[in-house]
Design a binder for this molecule. Structure first.
Ligand code: UDP
Length: 316
């Protein structure tokens, strides 16, 4: 049994990870400031004797009364509408100050720390599919830069703490992920399209819908996070994690509409600035080092996610 800290543990990915780690028999400490995280995400485990929730903003140092073995640093607003606008400065602070505070904690506790970085470090990629050695094409002053540059700076901090402070680090770069516990209001494409179709609203496609994304089902992603955390000592990454199946947003919308039916019609809206044209992970490194590749196809993952949102909407 390990004692594991998950920052951002009430968010979409964090809460799925907390549930898995708790059910696997670990002691889990979940930290979240509840800006974009939601307590309802950890409802199933909130009373579990091995689970503890602490409301805290990682921009401030964190003192714990427990000895911890591992830290998953996942705290950060992650959907474009959430990190743009009024949370943009907070986003950079969370990425940078949060990383320093958690790396200091890892150092003082001799814990392994895993950083959830992002495919956004590649910006508008000029190399396709993206390999870890590609250094990216990020607009440093655009509306996505708080997140992109924040996450790039966090990676830089992780590697400096490894080089100069001897901290045991792991870095993964997460590509688009979807599934149960997504926030229906956070504006991401999968949740938007499903919720719009289920409630008979217009389905919004930004731009011409020919931009591509690669969508990974959450259970596959949680599995590889745990594998990376427990990988051989000294293997730091960065490692791309995601599903290499690549779809245009038009294709995604068509799949969602075919599955749900209903009366929704597709409407085209303007494309937000710096919205990447294409994105697909090269996951050779994850396959080789972690023996992992995603198992759940988009169609099956969408069925499960539609089921989740349908139940929520019926409950409401
Ligand atoms: N998008 C869309 N309709 C929506 C929400 C998003 O067409 O209602 C597009 C968005 O412009 C982007 C893609 O879908 O090209 C994925 O957006 P998301 O916010 O899910 O993630 P991103 O990969 O941009 O971080």
């Amino acid at each position: 049994m390990k004692t594991i800290l998950v920052t951002g543990g009430a968010g979409f990915l964090g809460s799925n990870l907390c549930e898995r780690l708790t059910n696997d028999g670990n002691n889990v400490i979940c930290v979240d400031n509840n800006y974009t995280g939601r307590l309802e995400n950890v409802q199933k485990i909130i009373k579990h004797p091995n689970f503890r929730f602490i409301e805290h903003d990682i921009c401030e140092p964190l003192t714990l009364d427990a000895e911890i073995d591992q830290i998953y640093n996942m705290a950060c607003p992650a959907s474009p509408p959430a990190y743009q606008g009024r949370y943009s400065i907070q986003t950079t602070k969370t990425c940078v100050l949060g990383a320093i505070n958690m790396l200091e904690l890892a150092k003082s506790q001799n814990a392994t720390i895993l950083q959830t970085s992002t495919s956004e470090v590649y910006g508008e990629p000029l190399v396709h599919p993206q390999t870890e050695s590609y250094r990216g094409n990020v607009n440093p002053i655009g509306i996505r830069s708080c997140y992109d540059e924040g996450k790039r700076c966090a990676e830089s901090l992780f590697f400096d703490y490894q080089r100069y402070e001897g901290v045991d680090i792991k870095v993964v770069r997460i590509f688009n992920t979807y599934g149960p516990k997504m926030d229906p209001h956070d504006g991401r494409v999968v949740s938007n399209l499903i919720c719009q179709a289920l409630s008979g609203q217009d389905i919004t496609i930004y731009g011409d819908g020919n931009q591509t994304r690669s969508f990974c089902y959450v259970d596959d992603l949680i599995e590889v996070l745990i594998r990376m955390m427990n990988s051989e000592k000294g293997f730091t990454g960065p490692v791309n994690i995601g599903n290499p199946g690549e779809f245009t947003i038009n294709e995604l919308a068509e799949m969602v509409v075919n599955k749900i039916g209903g009366t929704s019609k597709i409407v085209y809206k303007s494309l937000p600035s710096d919205d990447p044209t294409q994105r697909r992970p090269d996951i050779s490194l994850a396959k080789e080092k972690l023996g992992w590749e995603p198992k759940i196809k988009l169609s099956e993952g969408l069925d499960r996610t539609i089921e989740y949102f349908r139940k929520r909407i019926n409950r409401a």
